[in-house]
Design a protein around this ligand. Structure first.
Ligand code: DQA
Length: 139
């Protein structure tokens, strides 16, 4: 089982960025924990602040992974291009958010990805990624 985690803009700052919303742990530290927990899963991780790079990575990942866990961050709410990329590929994508976007500003309630995702996990802090990975194991 091969799963790719893709993080979008500003998520490279996890641990330092708005810790009251996103927590105090860096994604690198959390990723090590995920690797220890899901030893049977080959986990890969990619992060970019650039929309086109995220689209290219989603396209490249198609058929090379069993699943993609995608937190497109702010692009979730703006990017038709990332939504189209998720729609275009056959590898299933689970959309993830650390925070409960529906409990936040109205502009965060819209997602251009959700309609094309296998499912959505949000609001559980970093554990949202854990739950998204687990969802692939239940197939
Ligand atoms: C986020 C929620 C987005 O609204 C925000 O722009 C992010 C992170 C989350 O994981 O909670 O950067 O995707």
């Amino acid at each position: 089982m091969r799963i790719l985690i893709i993080n979008g803009p500003n998520l490279n700052l996890l641990g330092r960025r708005e810790p009251e919303t996103y927590g105090k742990e860096s994604f690198e530290d959390y990723f090590s924990k995920l690797q220890s927990k899901f030893r049977a899963v080959e986990l890969s991780y990619y992060q970019s602040n650039i929309e086109g790079e995220l689209i290219s990575r989603i396209q490249e990942a198609d058929k090379n992974f069993d699943g993609i866990v995608l937190n497109a961050a702010a692009y979730t709410h703006t990017s038709i291009g990332i939504g189209d990329a998720v729609k275009a590929i056959s590898t299933p994508v689970v959309e993830v958010h650390i925070s409960n976007t529906f409990a936040r500003e109205a502009f965060r309630h819209k997602s251009f990805l959700s309609a094309h995702a296998k499912g959505v996990v949000l609001g559980f802090g970093l554990q949202s990624y854990d739950l998204a990975i687990s969802s692939f194991l239940k197939d």
